[in-house]
Design a protein around this ligand. Sequence first.
Ligand SMILES: O=C(O)c1ccccc1NCC(=O)[C@H](O)[C@H](O)COP(=O)(O)O
Length: 268
Amino acid sequence: MESDGRMAPAVESILAAARDRGGGGDRVAVEARSLPAAFERAEADGRVPVVAEVKPTSPTADGERTDDPVELARQMVDGGAAALSVLTEPDHFGGSAETLEAVREAVDVPVLRKDFILHEAQLDVVEADVILLIVRFLDEEGTDDLADLLAAARERGFQVLVEAHTADEVERAVDAGADIVGVNNRDLAKLEVDLATFPRAAAAAPEGVTLIAESGIGSPDDVRRMRTAGADALLVGSAIMDHGGDSDVTENTRRLTAAETTDADTQT
Ligand SMILES: O=C(O)c1ccccc1NCC(=O)[C@H](O)[C@H](O)COP(=O)(O)O
């Protein structure tokens, strides 16, 4: 948070919209595709485990990518993505539950639902293999308790990626029962990215936790830096989506998934 405890205006707006959004209808029961198994498969055939994100736009993006998200998702898998992340937040990221449903139908890798979930009812919107819970937005007045929400998600069959930004938040995630922890290099208070965040915060995670480095990863060098710091996998949106342009999403993904098998001197 900023020194006065507030978030960046765009994030305040995202949270206000999330508070207003209701839940779904019927309780979801999902048979999830295993995320750790997908990472192991990628490692076994020499790909860096990358969760590629279908993110049409965002508060920090230079523009919007309007291509068919299902086609983009297929291209990401063709580029070696071990799993996908699909934004379902509609107001600031151009996402929808329908898009996630269509993507999950079209691919056979695990799909993460990327949204800002504050209440148990918001779990019952759409089936996904993994859902995201963000430490700094939970355990506060007007939101659910992280440990309760994590248990409620697992009861529905979801795997849970718990997102942290600091070592203290990593500890809170683990104390709440998380076994998959993401460290977001983007500070959601200021919307600034610093790749030194992951190495600093991830050091607080005990053995056995699956660690995902999130945000700001743009080059094979960045991939190697995160992996050296202990990342089991990476979550990448903007560098693959190329919001301002129309570059080849398969190639953008492959450049990162192949980062440990290509010559470090010839790729940056
Ligand atoms: O991406 C944003 O602009 C953003 C703004 C406000 C809150 C969250 C935001 N992003 C959420 C994410 O975690 C990223 O989409 C994800 O880690 C991928 O990041 P990147 O590769 O930098 O697009």
